[in-house]
Design a protein. Structure first.
Length: 85
């Protein structure tokens, strides 16, 4: 039986999950799917193991062909007016 993994932020239980991770690298934003992580069941904090972080670095440094590209609209929160109530 594995020992219970505890979140350092809130004391909740960490569960192993596969997540989508967004990483800034070289002035660009990258999205990695199916990344193994530990996620707190209480606060949602995400913890990546050292070897996982190192693999992400290696992937981004090697610049493989992307599986797909996403277009994302960008808005300026400070420039948007809110509707009157």
């Amino acid at each position: 039986m594995q020992p219970k993994l505890i979140c350092a932020e809130c004391g909740g239980t960490l569960r192993t999950r596969s997540i989508t991770h967004t990483q800034a690298w070289g002035g660009k934003l990258y999205r990695l799917e199916n990344v193994p992580a530990r996620v707190c069941a209480q606060c949602g904090e995400v913890w990546l193991a050292g070897d996982v972080s190192q693999k992400i670095d290696r992937i981004l440094r090697s610049r493989p062909k992307a599986k797909k590209y996403l277009q994302v609209p960008v808005f300026s929160f400070s420039e948007e007016s809110l509707p009157a109530r």
